[in-house]
Design a protein around this ligand. Structure first.
Ligand code: ANZ
Ligand code: ZN
Length: 819
């Protein structure tokens, strides 16, 4: 008995597919419905790894299912090919980052060809190609014109290892997302995208994604945007003309404000500080500047601060309250100053207890006195000690006090966002140059569209690229020095490059018309293909990439270039591939090598094992999967295909009805299972069909029965979503014309889905006492009669009379005995 080796047919089918080109999306007049299946494009770091293998296997099932359904499918591939690792490799090896990048892309492309996702290779793109980044720059110019790209000085996150700034989103728990170094603060002038202008829409448009994106991704985005509503309240500062505005979500607690706190590093603290406290304040501020963000935000840490020697006046009761500076108030949120209500805010209470400041309860929650317990009470309750709002519950008090303040011109409703503008400039070489020229006479001058792209110089390599705290591009003097596009005078190019997340914010638009030279994309093509129907990729992009892409789409919408506001209709996040519960990330090293797995077992086995291991969202522990089991399954499929002896086109209705029922039930179930992304269960059903077919050949009607052919063909078509090589091989053995991809998804005959019998559970007082095989359409009366006639039920009743019988035909009968 010869074992089928799935590796043996790979080369044969790769060549055939290259010839047949079954995966190209059709443009122009094509009556078929369109579908856009998108996978998060890879970064070319070395060869493909197990994580890629999982993600692309999942995305491929979706695309191949759509091909089988007869849709016109767009399933493109490209590379996110700018970025630091290429630059670091170039520094290490004395080369140009392009060498490393494009060599890795070729390696990955070859691996992809072997792995056989159903890509339309004709649309391939690389974000580091000048013909791509020309349009990244073009989009930058449009953002600039709309005031959405701007430069400002200020404190930024600085990675001392990568020697470049980082966006807030790239700082994870105070560390550089990429290299793990502790992030520092620096004051620098940088380019920003004004994503905050879109904060409301980024939040509100999530209504479109509800139920279609994973709930946790929506939650992460919501928290990241962090919309908070409350009020701005003005406090007069004694000895200062201008009042200080504070932002509060709890204006109902205004009568409980016993001090004010200003962020120690905000200019306001410096301005407000009285001369007598200056020395103490400056010493404190120095201390704060050395702290990391995590330290500052930690709730565990003991509170620190300094009195600024001034008093503020509470606008509602005229009370004088001291003004302090502390690090627990952030300079960049709200107004960088707060009214402290220690009774009802934990941070304020910690501070008050540390520095002996008064605690006044203004909301009666029924809990113990915070000054004694050290626990602030944040719940709802009646307002007390608060003049005109006494007795009101929280929500009403908030409305009422805000009205009172507004009436006196001392406050107004306010909204704040946690979201900050997106810092897009990087002091690194291997990125898209910022298309701006700095001229002494004209200031910032955008490079005109007809002079794009501003290409990277190709004479920098190796040590020239080493991080120096400023962009390596500034060393390329012949590149830097240019004529001002406006006045013709001497000017200098901006030497920063863009965050690579800018490149990846719009690549999926480019796929719709990859060679297009009239703009970043052909508006007509995008209208036809987009939004993306299904986006597949890692949950590590839950915030950054997805938020930026949503932002870009809204800007393009406002520019009139697209007619939708959300780019990705559905999102699927696959789990990680792990080994013995260790994640196969860059830091732990790839513990299992994809190339070795493929060499040992073949592509089909690796893909099947990935998909069969569990729901796509779950992590896969490679220690638990069974490639040998998958291999055996494929052998069984192959063997069936070699044995079927009826001719193609044999009338299945003449075949064995029992096997036909299994086949059609498999089709019906596989359809729903694939559509709901339960691929592992779909594969399990397919395995059952294989078993039933084997049985029909060996001990049933035999290999010549038309129902056996029908089953074998169904197996090949369904298998084509998961194990494409074996599926085409089987299809050919069955005398059919390749490729199986375009065979068409079978439809289930409803007449064959009717079950012959179902199992009815009979309970007495809630306990299962008997099981009956009954017709699926049995009536309630008939079912009750059968249940009561059962010997087991009579025994269970033990002579008790029946009080009530509840019948849910055909599945449950519950008998309630009298007591
Ligand atoms: C008084 C108060 C009483 C507050 C109370 C809370 C509870 P979110 O929800 O995050 O918007 N706050 C305002 N600006 C701040 C800053 N720059 N740094 C640190 N904290 C700041 O939180 C808003 C609340 O956080 C505001 O409401 C303010 O404290 C504080 F029982 O004002 B609250
Ligand atoms: Zn000029």
């Amino acid at each position: 008995d010869e074992q089928y080796d799935p590796r043996a047919v790979q080369d044969k089918w790769q060549a055939r597919w290259a010839e047949l080109g079954p995966f190209e999306a059709a443009e122009g007049d094509d009556a078929r419905e369109r579908r856009y299946a998108l996978d998060m494009f890879p970064y070319p770091s070395g060869d493909l790894h197990m994580g890629h293998a999982e993600a692309f296997a999942i995305g491929d099932v979706v695309a191949r299912y759509w091909f089988q359904k007869g849709f016109n499918v767009l399933h493109p591939i490209g590379w996110d090919s700018f970025g630091l690792p290429a630059e670091n490799a170039a520094i290490k090896h004395g080369t140009h980052p392009a060498e490393w990048t494009y060599a890795n892309i070729e390696t990955q492309a070859a691996s992809f060809h072997r792995y056989a996702p159903s890509f339309d290779w004709s649309r391939r793109l690389h974000t580091s190609d000048p013909e791509y980044y020309r349009w990244t720059q073009w989009l930058f110019q449009r953002f600039y014109e709309r005031g959405l790209a701007y430069r400002k000085g200020g404190q930024v996150n600085w990675c001392p290892n990568d020697q470049t700034v980082l966006a807030n989103e790239q700082v994870v728990g105070g560390h550089c997302e990429r290299c793990g170094a502790l992030v520092e603060k620096r004051v620098l002038t940088q380019w920003y995208f004004k994503i905050t202008d879109y904060a409301d829409r980024l939040l509100d448009d999530m209504a479109q994604l509800e139920g279609k994106w994973p709930e946790r991704v929506l939650l992460m985005q919501r928290n990241w945007i962090g919309r908070s509503t409350g009020a701005d309240v003005d406090f007069v500062i004694e000895g200062r003309d201008e009042p200080v505005t504070v932002y509060t979500t709890r204006p109902d607690t205004l009568y409980g404000a016993t001090f004010m706190v200003v962020a120690a590093d905000a200019p306001l603290a410096e301005e407000v500080c009285a001369p007598g406290q200056r020395a103490a304040f400056e010493a404190y501020r120095e201390e704060v500047s050395r702290e990391s963000e995590i330290e500052r935000l930690s709730t565990e840490r003991e509170k620190t601060g300094v009195f600024l020697g001034r008093y503020a006046v509470n606008p509602v009761n005229g009370e004088r309250i001291p003004v302090w500076a502390s690090d627990y108030v952030l300079a960049e949120y709200g107004h960088g100053a707060i009214m402290a209500v220690p009774a009802h805010d934990q941070r304020d209470l910690d501070f008050a207890l540390k520095f002996g400041l008064p605690v006044r309860i203004v909301v009666e929650t029924g809990e113990a006195d915070p000054a004694e317990t050290g626990a602030a009470t944040a719940g709802d309750g009646r307002i007390v000690n608060s003049g005109p709002i006494d007795g009101l519950p929280k929500a009403e008090a908030i409305t009422r006090i805000t009205e009172i303040l507004a009436g006196k011109g001392l406050g107004k409703p306010a909204v704040n966002f946690r979201l900050r503008d997106w810092l897009v400039s990087r002091q690194r070489f291997w990125g898209c140059p910022i298309p701006i020229v700095h001229c002494d006479a004209c200031g910032e001058v955008p490079v005109p569209d007809d002079q794009l792209p501003v290409t990277l110089p190709d004479n920098l390599r190796g040590a020239d690229l080493a991080p120096k705290g400023e962009s390596p591009l500034s060393a390329a003097s012949d590149w830097v020095n240019v004529d001002c596009p406006k006045c013709g005078g001497l000017a200098k190019r901006d030497t920063d490059t863009m965050d690579t997340f800018v490149d990846s914010s719009w690549y999926y638009f480019r796929y719709c018309s990859p060679g297009y030279t009239g703009g970043p994309f052909d508006v007509e093509r995008v209208r036809e293909w987009m939004p993306v129907d299904q986006y597949t990729g890692g949950v590590e992009h839950a915030i950054l990439h997805l938020l930026y892409s949503r932002f870009f789409t809204k800007v393009l919408h406002d520019m009139g270039m697209v007619d939708f506001t959300e780019p990705f209709t559905r999102l699927l996040n696959q789990g990680q591939v792990i080994l013995n519960a260790k994640a196969m990330s860059k830091s732990t090293g790839n513990l299992v090598d994809l190339g070795e797995q493929i060499a040992e077992f073949g592509v089909d086995v690796v893909r099947l094992a990935m998909l069969f291991s569990g729901p796509p969202e779950d992590d896969i522990d490679w220690a638990d999967v069974s490639p040998h089991g998958m291999s055996k399954f494929l052998s069984r499929v192959h063997r069936i295909a070699t044995e079927v002896s009826s001719a193609p086109g044999a009338d299945p209705s003449k075949g064995d009805p029992e096997l036909r029922r299994v086949t059609h039930r498999t089709v019906a179930e596989a359809t729903t299972l694939v559509e709901s992304h339960r691929f592992n269960v779909a594969i399990a059903r397919l395995m059952e069909l294989v078993t039933a077919t084997r049985k029909a050949i060996d001990s049933g009607p035999g290999a010549a029965d038309p129902a056996v052919r029908e089953a074998a063909e169904t197996i090949a078509v369904v298998l084509s979503l998961f194990a494409p090589y074996t599926a085409d091989e089987a299809w050919e053995l069955l005398g059919r014309t390749a490729p199986v991809t375009r065979a068409g998804w079978p439809s289930a005959d409803p007449a064959l889905l009717v079950q012959e019998s179902v199992t009815c559970v009979v309970q007495v007082a809630g306990k299962v006492r008997d099981r009956l095989e009954v017709a699926p359409d049995i009536g309630a009366d008939e079912l009750e009669r059968l249940a009561l006639a059962s010997a087991k039920i009579t025994e269970a009743l033990a002579g008790a009379s029946v009080q009530r019988v509840i019948v849910r035909a055909p599945k449950i009968v519950n008998i309630v005995p009298a007591r």
